[in-house]
Design a protein around this ligand. Structure first.
Ligand SMILES: *[C@@H]1O[C@H](CO)[C@@H](O)[C@H](O)[C@H]1NC(C)=O
Ligand SMILES: *[C@@H]1O[C@H](CO)[C@@H](O)[C@H](O)[C@H]1NC(C)=O
Ligand SMILES: *[C@@H]1O[C@H](CO)[C@@H](O)[C@H](O)[C@H]1NC(C)=O
Ligand SMILES: *[C@@H]1O[C@H](CO)[C@@H](O)[C@H](O)[C@H]1NC(C)=O
Ligand SMILES: *[C@@H]1O[C@H](CO)[C@@H](O)[C@H](O)[C@H]1NC(C)=O
Ligand SMILES: *[C@@H]1O[C@H](CO)[C@@H](O)[C@H](O)[C@H]1NC(C)=O
Length: 936
């Protein structure tokens, strides 16, 4: 017996000796040395298998290291992956630093807990060959930015992947689906820098999904439709992202208990399938743009959903919306509940005047005008529920499907305009007095859906149920869309990103080489005897790529445009000297507070306006302002905004090149027509100008995710072309509005007489100050009087209060109208409507003023009686010729800009320090001076 015990002791001694010499022991000694463990861990025994929190197999292989929360510091040794029997490795809640070693090849490892340390990086091969791994926790480590490596796919057994606040960037990989990970139950990736959409592959095995609080600029976005198929979910945290579109059907998510969707951009009604979910315990929908009735959840559900933090029609849960609201939401469903409506359609009365696209008469919806709103989806048969509808304008969108037969039942319809969409099929038979406009739909009249429409995204009319098509144009996949998209996208990249490199190639170019690369346009200046080509290269995708100003002064023939710069449109001083005849007196268009504006003429006769700052005037602030104006103007492009064609910074010279507006300012035609010997504008032209301005400013306000505020709208900043169509000029005062479009305190700018009261008093800026100024401009157009006219008696010097007094009754109102206007009954009605709008826009309180979109609606329904012609032939617009002259190209871009919403321009950072305060007595702004030479 004693011998037996002795033998056993001997054996275990032998084993101890054996494995103390083995690799595991050496690695463990390294680990000990690296971590410097406190004595209470007792890592003093020569045999690591006797250490606390370490377990070994009987033959002395280390299987578990569980040293979480031990106040350990240090760096893990690189040879850790020699512990090939290791199953569990836990070091969470220490202060370990440095790079994680590779764990590759630890094919017994099941569980890794590394959370709450100070690890700084994770090697790319970290997951290679971890074929038994089930649970990984990497949360709360200050890793260098990393993306989830593809090698994670080699871990099919994965159950938990938890990496909250681990500095992960990029998209969520497609492989988190059942195909790769049939057992994945927990996916926690909150507070990282993830971006892009939810992959459609996310698997039904996932129970707990945390993707909240991404800190990347674009955050996670797109639709959350994929949740619909994730039937295993019990807990979903998507809050604090940029998800959009409607909530999916929750019918199959029978285990869902906790749903947090707050702080996103979700739209559409809360589906009954969610409200009726019996498993639900906690739901948070605050701060979205959810629509329809406020949902009434069961009392067992803890609900966080302040009604006013969404776009619900009424605050009381469960109360149905007004029937007009319900009809409009039915219509909205076929459009995928775009955020443009969800943002603006608030409350229970579509006739307040602030509902985008909606015009009413005595509480009945009479006009629905969705012209050019970038809508996708189909035309809802539910329009037929709006029986008061007279005009339905859906032109210039990307709508598909057919015109529903139901629309023929609308008793008051006089006009249906679906022009410039992708509508197909037979046009139903309307009453003979209904004007139906279908131009610009390639497949209209053809029975079959267009063969090019591969996506088939929208619902066909009649089937208004089902998962509605995505409202985001990103969801579109029709092949025409792609072709058009890539051409437009190319031009858009060119125009929007402003990453232009104009450079002159003295090298001869073969005429046959039309397109040098998808992103290169070759443009011939058409002047005699020169082979020179101006090449415009669109440099990839870098936006705001610094301002490396590299001027190459090469050959300097008369036509040289020799411009090299990443990030902007630079034109050399030599070119500008040439085209302005060395800034000759005779080319001066005018002088403003900052310098002189010259007319320039390119070789083919195209005119430009060159604004040259006086060098002495150029303080540092002036330079800031200059840069700010460039930054804004290169991003902000629209048919009704004056385009910046280029600029020049050369020594002390600061020059901006604009398109030339031959008819000069609106002031000339309103106030100075006698002196200038020109005809005052007739009413229809004024109306068109007002609409143009409203569209330009609406665009400024709604630009991408950000909002630009003009701050100095006035007739001298409104310029006219030969067609008497208007563009808004002078963005020197534009300043970036903060996210969320709230007002910002800022230095006072603008011109007295046009200033909104709250701006004049507190200096606080919101888009509503432009609305106010616009109201004043409308009053000026109606009366022919200036905002501030010192030649008038004291009590009527200020236009706004005077106008309000005159508006009180019909007789005084008639007296207030500009005597040069011919007033027949129709015109008078139109003037009255605009007067009402003017009063509304210049309401005392900012919140009482409508959005510019409302002004556009009102004015467009008036102007449409005269049909201001919008060039809207899509063939012409998209048929881009790569062999264009520079001026031709410029014209094309301008035409395009009116059509394509320019997004992705959020990289603009307003940094100007504007101090320009125009004094009423002096001609203000540069734009004042863009007038034609004939006028001066
Ligand atoms: C990580 O390091 C920082 C600074 O080096 C320190 O303030 C912080 O407490 C550390 N965190 C942990 C979990 O040890
Ligand atoms: C994320 O990674 C970037 C780049 O590696 C680094 O500059 C940044 O400090 C990291 N952020 C955090 C929170 O660790
Ligand atoms: C859900 O699954 C069905 C059937 O597999 C599929 O047709 C549908 O596209 C999926 N929906 C989403 C939103 O992924
Ligand atoms: C819901 O979201 C709001 C807004 O972010 C937050 O203040 C609130 O605590 C959340 N409620 C719950 C129950 O999570
Ligand atoms: C509004 O529409 C209703 C129903 O069509 C009609 O009875 C009513 O007269 C309309 N109101 C006005 C002012 O046209
Ligand atoms: C239609 O879609 C394409 C590509 O998505 C876009 O470029 C174009 O501007 C859209 N057209 C209209 C009229 O919105």
């Amino acid at each position: 017996m004693a011998a037996g015990i002795t033998f056993l002791v001997f054996c275990s001694l032998l084993a101890a000796v054996a494995h103390s010499q083995s690799g595991d022991s050496a690695v463990m000694q390294d680990l000990k040395k690296a971590l410097n463990p406190p004595s209470q861990l007792g890592w003093t025994d020569p045999d690591p298998c006797n250490w606390k929190n370490v377990q070994c197999t009987r033959d002395g292989r280390v299987t578990r290291i569980q040293i979480g929360h031990q106040s350990l510091a240090g760096t893990l040794p690189v040879n850790l992956n020699k512990l090939t029997s290791l199953q569990v490795f836990e070091v969470q809640g220490n202060q370990l630093t440095g790079s994680l070693p590779s764990f590759s090849g630890l094919n017994s490892l099941q569980s890794i807990l590394l959370s709450n340390n100070n690890f700084t990086s994770i090697p790319p091969d970290f997951f290679d060959g971890l074929t038994s791994l089930t649970d990984v926790y990497l949360d709360y480590n200050p890793f260098n930015s990393w993306t989830i490596p593809d090698s994670l796919k080699s871990v099919p057994t994965l159950r938990t992947f938890s990496a909250t606040s681990a500095n992960i960037s990029g998209p969520i990989p497609e492989f988190f689906g059942s195909d790769t990970f049939s057992s994945l139950a927990t996916l926690h990736l909150a507070f990282n820098y993830l971006e892009g959409p939810l992959p459609a592959t996310l698997g039904s095995s996932i129970q707990s999904l945390w993707l909240n609080g991404q800190m990347s600029r674009s955050r996670l976005n797109g639709s959350i439709d994929v949740l619909q198929n994730m039937t295993g979910l019990t807990e979903v945290w998507l809050h604090g992202n940029a998800f959009s579109g409607p909530l999916p059907d929750f019918t199959q998510l029978v285990g869902l208990q906790n749903l947090s969707l707050r702080d996103n951009g979700l739209t559409g009604p809360v589906p009954d399938s969610l409200v009726g979910l019996t498993s639900l315990r906690v739901v948070n929908l605050t701060n979205n743009m959810l629509q329809g009735k406020t949902p009434e959840f069961s009392r067992s559900v803890q609900v966080d959903m302040r009604a006013d933090s969404n776009s619900f029609c009424l605050p009381d849960p469960g109360v149905e919306c007004d029937s007009r609201v319900t009809s409009l939401l039915n219509v909205d469903q076929n459009l995928g509940y775009p955020s443009t409506f969800a943002e603006s359609w608030k409350g229970n009365d579509p006739c307040t005047g602030s509902w985008k696209g909606i015009t009413c008469n005595n509480g009945n919806i009479t006009v629905v005008n969705f012209h050019g709103m970038g809508l996708t989806g189909t035309i809802s048969p539910s329009f037929s529920q709006i029986t008061s509808l007279q005009r339905l304008v859906l032109s210039n969108n990307n709508l598909t499907g057919t015109i529903p037969n139901e629309l023929t039942t609308l008793p008051n319809l006089v006009q249906l305009d679906v022009s410039n969409n992708q509508i197909y099929g037979k046009v139903p038979l309307f009453r003979s007095n209904v004007l139906v406009i279908t131009a610009g739909n390639l497949n209209i009249g053809k029975d079959a859906p267009p063969p090019t429409s591969g996506g088939g995204k929208g619902n066909t009319p009649g089937s208004s149920s089902g998962s509605s098509g995505s409202g985001n144009s990103s969801g579109k996949k029709s092949s025409t869309g792609v072709v058009v998209g890539s051409v437009v996208g190319g031009v858009c990249a060119l125009v929007c990103a402003g990453v232009l490199v104009f450079c002159l190639n003295r090298t001869k170019r073969k005429r046959s080489g039309r397109v040098q690369s998808p992103h290169t346009m070759v443009i011939h200046p058409r002047h005699s005897g020169s082979e020179d080509a101006v090449k415009i290269t669109i440099a990839g995708s870098s936006v705001n790529g610094g301002t490396s100003e590299t001027y190459s002064h090469g050959s300097s023939g008369p036509s040289d445009l020799h411009i090299v710069e990443a990030g902007n449109m630079v034109i050399s001083i030599q070119v500008l000297r040439n085209v302005t005849d060395n800034f000759s007196e005779k080319n001066i268009l005018g002088r403003g507070g900052f310098g002189t504006v010259y007319k320039g003429e390119l070789h083919d006769g195209t005119k430009i306006a060159v604004k040259r700052m006086e060098s002495g005037v150029m303080s540092e602030k002036g330079l800031d302002e200059f840069k700010s104006e460039i930054a804004v103007l290169t991003k902000v492009r629209h048919r009704h905004l004056v385009a910046l064609l280029g600029y020049c910074l050369d020594g002390n010279e600061r020059l901006l090149v604009y398109e030339y507006m031959p008819q000069g300012t609106l002031s000339r035609f309103l106030f100075n027509w006698k002196e200038e010997g020109i005809k005052p504008l007739e009413w229809t032209k004024r109306l068109t100008v007002a609409l143009d301005v409203a569209r330009g400013v609406e665009y400024l306000h709604g630009l991408a995710q950000q909002s630009f505020i003009h701050r100095d709208l006035k007739p001298s900043n409104i310029l006219l072309g030969d067609d008497m169509r208007a563009k808004v000029a002078d963005f020197g005062l534009v300043r970036l509005a903060p996210d969320g479009k709230a007002s910002i305190a800022t230095k006072l700018a603008g011109t007295f007489g046009y200033l909104a009261p709250e701006y004049a008093v507190t200096g606080r800026v919101s888009t509503k100050i432009d609305v106010f100024s616009f109201g004043v401009i409308l009053m000026e157009m109606i009366t022919g009087r200036k905002a501030l006219d010192e030649n008038q008696p004291d009590d009527s010097q200020h236009l706004v209060p005077w106008f309000r007094r005159m508006l009180i009754n019909k007789d005084t109102f008639r007296k207030a109208i500009d005597p040069t206007l011919e007033l027949d009954e129709e015109t008078l009605a139109s003037v009255s409507t605009v007067a009402e709008l003017a009063g509304h826009c210049s309401a005392r309180e900012p919140y009482q003023r409508p959005d510019m979109g409302h002004a556009v609606n009102v004015l467009s329904s008036l102007a449409e009686l005269w049909k201001p012609s919008e060039p809207s032939d899509p063939e012409d617009i998209y048929g881009i010729d790569y062999d264009m002259t520079l001026p031709q190209a410029v014209k094309k871009w301008q035409a395009l800009e009116g059509m394509s919403g320019i997004d992705g321009s959020s990289s603009y950072i307003g940094s100007s320090d504007n101090t320009q305060t125009s004094i009423p007595t002096r001609p203000s702004g540069f734009a004042d001076s863009f007038t034609s030479a004939d006028g001066r």
